[in-house]
Every structure is written in structure tokens, then in C-alpha cells.
Design a protein around this ligand. Structure first.
Ligand SMILES: C[S@@+](CC[C@H](N)C(=O)[O-])C[C@H]1O[C@@H](n2cnc3c(N)ncnc32)[C@H](O)[C@@H]1O
Length: 335
């Protein structure tokens, strides 16, 4: 996560006049600095757990903002092309009179982004803080290359025919683990079902095609743009779409007969099994007492203690050099 105080450093050091609103903050990941919080501020955050956190603190949050803003602030994510597109869009939304401020960690590519931006527009200032940088500029007018930066993250159909975009999970090809999981979609999956962390909808689409006795499938995904792609890819009327954090999601009706998932395994660069553990706990909470969880995981991820803690029975149905397919039955934790 970026140092939240870095983005307001140029204002705090008197290098820029006090922050003018209306202001847009694209992809804030943590605390909002006080001087920003006191401005007429809209936060754009498409990742639901972070959007929820900001909303709980009273901020106005949109998954995608439009309009004109006097100041546009951008915090980098791990996705290089998304970062370029966000800077280009910030310049468009700020216009000629506006100010754009960009902050990011070295590990998220702030140096190369600064270099690429400097080739197109004049950078007015740069400061270094907390293993990263903040830079700022007043967009001078239309820069044709910025249109290309924005276009590079637009959703397009991938070679398998699904709508997806850079920054989403496995956008260009179907994930091998997900493909493997579809081989275990059998007649035992019926009734009310959920797909936790559905991405652009590959598993949901395959599941509905394979299991005709499913009555509803809740397609649950935290990243707004991926869920929008899933809406296009999964056209079966049994699907219901939820922009939601799977770990706090409440089933809209009865608890589920089955839950399927290929859980996320990193938020930063390193694998973080705790995220998948959260998904296993959520599945146990969301399932009926007789319900089942079917999941795929990278072979080395240690999910067994969590399966033991949350389910009465679980089996590894398949294991190879890369993946394991797990079926868990009869959740221990009930509401
Ligand atoms: C490994 S991908 C699997 C995507 C898709 N099911 C597939 O098999 O191709 C995990 C997905 O979970 C999403 N995700 C991450 N954290 C989440 C959360 N807290 N709640 C819901 N979805 C989340 C990610 O955005 C990503 O799309």
C-alpha cells in the first residue's frame, strides 16, 4: 500500500496552492489525508472492500467517475497499463485549467510512469517519500498519445471469445486451474449456487452450461470492471450479479446448496494464503448445513487447516504439479 500522506506532500510543503475542489481521487487505497478529506471530494474505487471502507468513513465513492474536476489525484495500483490509463484520464477530466497529482511506490512503477508521462507533458514537480514518488502537472491540452493510453485498457474479446481487459485476472487466456475445475462440474451442483470471486465470468458461464438443475447462480466479484465484463459474458437468466466483497457478502435468499471458487491468492506481489482462507470461511458461512464447496487452488497454498476448521469433510479430488481440486462438505460454522 502507498503512503497515504505522500499525495498531499506538494500542498503540505507549499509547492502548490491549497487544494481546490471539486476533486477526484482515483484508486485511493488507504487513509485520506485531512486536507483532502475537507475538500469537495469524490473517490473512484472499483475494488469493493476498499470502496466499502471509504464509504464507511463518509466519503462519496463511485466505481467509475465522470465529469470535470479542478484537481484529480491518482494513486498507482499494481497494474501498469491501468496506471497509464488513469493518468491519461486524470488529464482529460482535469482539463486545461486543472491540476493532476500522481503518487505511487517504486514497486508499482512510479519511475517508469513518470518517465513516460514526461515525454508527453511538462512535469511541474517531483518529490520522493516512503520508497516512492509524487509528481504533478497542469495538463496543457489534448495529447493524442493519452487517448491510446486510455484505449489500451478498454475491454475487448479475448481469443476464447470472452470480454476481458488488462488488469483483470488472466485476461488473455483461460486460467489453467479454472479450466481444470470445470471438469468437476457434475450433477451434484444444483439449486442455489454462488461463484465467489467470479472475475470476468468464465467459471460461472461454464457452470450454468454444465449444470441444468441450478436454479440461481450468484456471481460475486469485488472488482467492478470485471463484474461488468461478466454481465456481458454470462447471459444465462439464472445468473445474478453482485459487486461485493465475498468475505462479507450475505446471501440475498436462503443459504447456498453449492459454492464454487478459484480464490484470489495475492493482493501484493507475494502469495497471501490468508485471502483464500477468508474465502473458505465465507463459503462455510454462506452454505446450508448439507452444502458443498468446490474449489481449485495452487498446489502449494496451505488451505488444509482452514478446510479442517470450517468443514466436517473435505477431499482433494485431484492434485498435479500445479493445482489441487478440493471438495468440502457440511460446513461447521453456521449463523
Ligand atoms: C483467481 S481469480 C478467479 C477469477 C475467475 N473465477 C476465474 O476462474 O477465471 C479471483 C477473483 O477474485 C476477485 N476478488 C479478489 N478479492 C475479492 C473479494 N474480497 N471479494 C470478491 N472477489 C474478490 C479478483 O478480482 C479476481 O477476479
Amino acid at each position: 500500500m502507498s503512503d497515504p500522506a505522500r499525495i498531499t506532500l506538494p500542498f503540505d510543503e507549499g509547492l502548490l496552492p491549497p487544494l481546490a475542489g471539486p476533486a477526484l481521487f482515483i484508486r485511493p487505497s488507504g487513509e485520506i489525508p485531512q486536507d483532502l478529506a475537507e475538500t469537495d471530494l469524490v473517490c473512484e474505487q472499483g475494488f469493493k472492500p476498499l470502496a466499502d471502507r471509504l464509504q464507511d468513513r463518509g466519503f462519496q465513492v463511485l466505481p467509475q467517475a465522470t465529469g470535470h474536476f479542478a484537481t484529480v489525484l491518482v494513486e498507482l495500483t499494481r497494474a501498469r497499463r491501468e496506471n497509464m490509463a488513469n493518468v491519461a484520464r486524470a488529464c482529460r477530466l482535469a482539463g486545461k485549467d486543472g491540476l493532476v497529482v500522481v503518487s505511487g511506490n517504486k514497486t508499482d512503477g512510479i519511475d517508469s510512469l513518470l518517465k513516460a508521462t514526461r515525454k508527453l507533458v511538462e512535469i511541474e514537480g517531483v518529490l520522493s517519500k516512503s520508497h516512492g514518488k509524487v509528481f504533478w502537472l497542469h495538463p496543457a491540452g489534448d495529447v493524442p498519445e493519452f487517448a491510446d493510453w486510455e484505449k489500451a485498457v478498454e475491454a475487448t474479446h479475448n481469443p476464447s471469445g470472452y470480454l476481458s481487459a488488462p488488469g483483470m485476472f488472466s485476461p488473455d487466456k483461460i486460467d489453467k486451474g479454472s479450466e481444470l475445475l470445470t471438469r468437476y462440474f457434475d450433477k451434484s451442483i444444483k439449486g442455489e449456487v454462488a461463484d465467489l470471486g467470479a472475475g470476468w465470468g468464465y467459471l460461472s458461464k461454464q457452470l450454468l452450461a454444465a449444470c441444468e438443475k441450478i436454479t440461481t447462480l450468484d456471481v460475486i466479484e469485488a472488482e467492478h470492471s470485471a463484474l461488468e465484463a461478466a454481465r456481458v459474458n454470462v447471459t444465462d437468466p439464472r445468473a445474478r450479479f453482485h459487486w461485493a466483497d465475498a468475505t462479507t457478502f450475505e446471501a440475498p435468499g436462503e443459504r447456498y446448496h453449492s459454492v464454487i471458487t478459484n480464490p484470489p491468492f495475492h493482493q501484493g506481489r507475494a502469495a497471501e494464503p490468508s485471502i483464500g482462507v477468508g474465502f473458505i470461511a465465507a463459503a462455510a458461512r454462506l452454505l446450508r448445513p448439507s452444502g458443498q464447496l468446490l474449489m481449485v487452488a495452487n498446489r502449494q497454498l496451505p488451505y488444509e487447516p482452514a478446510l479442517e476448521a470450517h468443514f466436517r469433510h473435505w477431499d482433494i479430488l485431484h492434485q498435479d504439479g500445479a493445482f489441487k481440486i478440493i471438495r468440502a462438505r457440511r460446513p461447521k460454522q453456521q449463523r
